[in-house]
Structure formats: structure tokens, C-alpha cells
Design a protein around this ligand. Structure first.
Ligand code: HEM
Ligand SMILES: *[C@@H]1O[C@H](CO)[C@@H](O)[C@H](O)[C@H]1NC(C)=O
Ligand SMILES: *[C@@H]1O[C@H](CO)[C@@H](O)[C@H](O)[C@H]1NC(C)=O
Ligand SMILES: *[C@@H]1O[C@H](CO)[C@@H](O)[C@H](O)[C@H]1NC(C)=O
Ligand SMILES: CC(=O)N[C@H]1CO[C@H](CO)[C@@H](O)[C@@H]1O
Length: 337
């Protein structure tokens, strides 16, 4: 814990970010059970968590959580057959998981066991983005933690591969009711963070992807000699540490890292959106706020569904008293045990 705490700056006494004036973005209608002020009385400080590092890792954890089986914190569970260990998750940063557990422990001391791990993941992603100068968007809370792992098969099916073209990305996100606007806006998450060579060397060897800037390709070849899988490259070469619209400028210059990035500019179904974000950062921020809220509401558990985990890495041990009170509530959730 000591090592992860060094990455953490939890300004629990700081002004909640909302006081700093979240911009007046438009949001989709909230699904039943979520609210903008869910922890207002039970844990007001849940809204003011700040984390200065690991922004990319935390954002990606929230994305994986939501795409696989809904934003239910199941990506956080330690399990040899869970989402964490499925192939596309191999490179989720462990430090992000540790930070989420540290935040959970601090909030537990503040308020008791009232804030879900799925909400912590969503709030940590928001604060991470804000701290790297991205949009200050609102996150509705009230998510509950899932009781089940996602299977390896579900995980593989739910997360698109970096080798995907625009058509298959549109189909993949369409299954989650996310549209072309959401695809292009959410891909802007690649404005921060890194990718391992193995995820893009198919664009360098044996033949170079023609839709790649020559200097950019030569630099990538130097970073990633043939068969190297360990090395990494930043996802956004213009401003790797700032959440901004430069990712889209890269795409216009054929300097997107993954096929799944560059294809958004190559394909006429998404090109105009890429250009509109490249020339107008406020537009990107506005659309990102909308789409990340949509992503954050994918198949959420609310009300008495699921549980509030005491440890984000493991399901709560069975407790007869809670099972009983659930039965008394008569809401049928007891079947979930
Ligand atoms: C549209 C389909 C997407 C594909 C195919 C994709 C693919 C990938 C891949 C392959 C990596 C690199 C993993 C590694 O090599 O270590 C990555 C990193 C990342 N992705 Fe995505 N991603 C997608 C969507 C998203 C979305 C929607 C978000 C968030 C809004 C996101 C945020 C990130 C971040 C922040 C990183 C960097 C992680 C780090 O540095 O630890 N991605 N993505
Ligand atoms: C990306 O690269 C890492 C490291 O080589 C690998 O473990 C992971 O499976 C790759 N991710 C995807 C989505 O291919
Ligand atoms: C896109 O990818 C899918 C799946 O790999 C493939 O079947 C399809 O032909 C590709 N479409 C284009 C336009 O390249
Ligand atoms: C949470 O669970 C994990 C996995 O079993 C364990 O390693 C960790 O020590 C637990 N954390 C706390 C604070 O109990
Ligand atoms: C963050 C995390 O849990 N990563 C795991 C991904 O899978 C590998 C091997 O399956 C584990 O060693 C990592 O700990």
C-alpha cells in the first residue's frame, strides 16, 4: 500500500471538482437508479477524490469494465478466469487497481461501506482526465458492484482489437448501442497512455501500412524491432501527457498508432468527425463528455442489485444477515446468491 500511496494524492478536504464548475455539457437521460447526487448525504467526499498519476491506466480500467458485462466493477475482481486475465486485459496497469482499492479504503473510513467499486472506477477516470487537462465532466453515481466474473469468451468478444477497421468497430460498438459519434469521441481516450509493440507491429512488418507517415513509421521501427513485444510507444505523439484533441490531428497526419485509430480517418463514415474534433477541441470535449456518460451507464446494476464490495478485488463473503434483509425486502434479489 505504501508504494501505491506515493502515486496518490487524495485531496479529501479539497473542494469537490463540481464546485470548480463542470461545463454545461448535454448528457443522455439517466437510466433508472442513477443520480447526479447519489452520495450527497451518505458520502459527499466521494465526489472529491483526486489522483495525480495513473490517469491512463484508470481511464482504461473504466473502459474495460463498462464494455465487458457493464460497468459493474467486475474488471476489478481477482480471478484466474476473470476479465483481468483475459488476453486483451493483460496490460491493464496493476497500479490502477491498487489505487482503486486505496481510494476504497479511504472512503470506507470516511463513510462506511457505501461507495461501490464501479463508481470509484468511474470517478477515478473522470478525475484522471481532469488532472491531465481534459474536460471536467459530470459522472452520475449509484452503480452497484457485480457478483459475477465475465468469462474469458465474453471478454474477448466485448473488446475490439487494435487491428479492427472502422466497419468492425462500428458493429462492435453498435452492439452496446454506441453509435459512430461515440466511437470517434471515445477513441479520443487514446490522447494519453501507451501501447505495446505487439499491438501495432502488424502495421510495420512484413510490409509497412501505406496509411502511415514515413518518419513516424521509421521511429516506430526503431522502438519496435521485429518480434519485440515488450517495448512501448505513446498513443499520442504530439501531446502524450495531456488529454486534448491532438490525437485527431495525429490521425489527419497519418500518425495514429493502431489500425483502430488510423481507420477513423481513412474511412469516410468517421472521417468528418475526426476532422471536426481536430479543428475544435471544445467540440471534442463536449462530445467526449456525452459519450463517456453513455459508456458509464452500460448495463449498470442499481438499487438492490449486486452489492457494495468491501474489497474491490473480491466479492463480499456470504453474510446471512444481509441475505435475510434482502429476503425481507422481497425484491427477488436473494436469488442472486
Ligand atoms: C475503440 C476501440 C478500442 C481499441 C481497439 C483499443 C485498444 C487499445 C490497445 C490495444 C491499447 C494498448 C494496450 C497495450 O498495448 O498495453 C489501448 C490503450 C489505452 N486505451 Fe484503448 N482501445 C479502444 C477504446 C478505448 C476507449 C473507449 C478508451 C477510453 C475512453 C480507451 C482508453 C485507453 C487508454 C487510456 C489506454 C492507455 C493505457 C495505459 O497507458 O495504460 N481505449 N487501447
Ligand atoms: C497489447 O500488448 C500486450 C503486451 O504485448 C498484450 O499482452 C495484449 O494482449 C495486447 N492487447 C491487445 C488488445 O491485443
Ligand atoms: C473490416 O474487417 C472485417 C473483419 O476483419 C473484414 O471482414 C472486412 O472485409 C473489413 N472491411 C474493410 C472495408 O476492409
Ligand atoms: C483485498 O483482496 C485481495 C485479494 O484477495 C487481497 O490481496 C488484499 O489484501 C485485500 N485487501 C484488503 C484491504 O483487505
Ligand atoms: C492487472 C492484472 O491483473 N494483470 C494480469 C494480467 O494477466 C497476467 C497473466 O495472465 C497477470 O500476471 C497480470 O497480473
Amino acid at each position: 500500500m505504501a508504494s501505491t500511496s506515493t502515486f496518490l494524492l487524495l485531496a479529501l478536504t479539497a473542494f469537490p471538482l463540481l464546485c470548480m464548475g463542470a461545463a454545461a455539457f448535454d448528457y443522455p437521460p439517466l437510466v433508472k437508479g442513477l443520480s447526479w447526487t447519489f452520495y450527497k448525504s451518505s458520502c459527499p467526499k466521494a465526489e472529491s477524490i483526486r489522483d495525480v498519476g495513473l490517469a491512463a491506466g484508470l481511464l482504461r480500467i473504466h473502459y474495460h469494465d463498462c464494455f465487458v458485462q457493464g460497468c459493474d466493477g467486475s474488471v476489478l475482481l481477482d480471478d484466474s478466469d476473470g476479465e483481468k486475465f483475459a488476453p486483451p486485459n493483460l496490460s491493464l496497469r496493476q497500479s490502477g487497481f491498487n489505487v482503486i482499492n486505496d481510494i476504497r479504503n479511504l472512503l470506507q473510513k470516511e463513510c462506511g461501506r457505501v461507495v461501490s467499486c464501479a463508481d470509484i472506477a468511474a470517478l477515478a477516470a473522470r478525475d484522471s482526465i481532469f488532472l491531465v487537462e481534459g474536460p471536467d465532466y459530470k459522472v452520475p453515481t449509484g452503480r452497484r458492484d457485480g457478483l459475477t466474473f465475465a468469462s474469458r469468451a465474453t471478454t474477448l468478444e466485448s473488446l475490439p482489437l487494435p487491428s479492427s477497421n472502422a466497419t468492425s468497430l462500428i458493429t462492435a460498438l453498435g452492439k452496446l448501442n454506441l453509435d459512430t459519434n461515440d466511437l470517434v469521441a471515445l477513441s479520443g481516450g487514446h490522447s494519453i497512455g501507451i501501447g505495446h509493440c505487439s499491438n501495432f507491429t502488424d502495421r510495420l512488418y512484413p510490409t509497412q501500412d501505406p496509411v502511415m507517415d514515413k518518419t513516424f513509421a521509421n521511429n516506430l521501427k526503431r522502438t519496435c524491432p521485429p518480434a519485440n513485444t515488450e517495448n512501448e510507444n505513446v498513443l499520442d505523439i504530439r501531446s502524450p501527457n495531456v488529454f486534448d484533441n491532438k490525437y485527431y490531428v495525429n490521425l489527419m497526419k497519418q500518425q495514429g498508432l493502431f489500425t483502430s485509430d488510423q481507420t477513423l480517418h481513412t474511412d469516410s463514415k468517421t472521417r468528418d468527425l475526426v476532422i471536426s474534433f481536430a479543428v475544435d477541441q471544445s467540440l471534442f470535449f463536449e462530445k467526449f463528455a456525452y459519450s463517456v456518460a453513455k459508456m458509464g451507464m452500460l448495463n449498470v446494476l442499481t438499487g438492490s442489485q449486486g452489492e457494495i464490495r468491501a474489497n474491490c478485488s473480491i466479492r463480499n463473503p456470504f453474510r446471512a444477515d444481509e441475505a435475510l434483509s434482502t429476503l425481507v425486502d422481497g425484491d427477488g434479489e436473494a436469488a442472486a446468491f
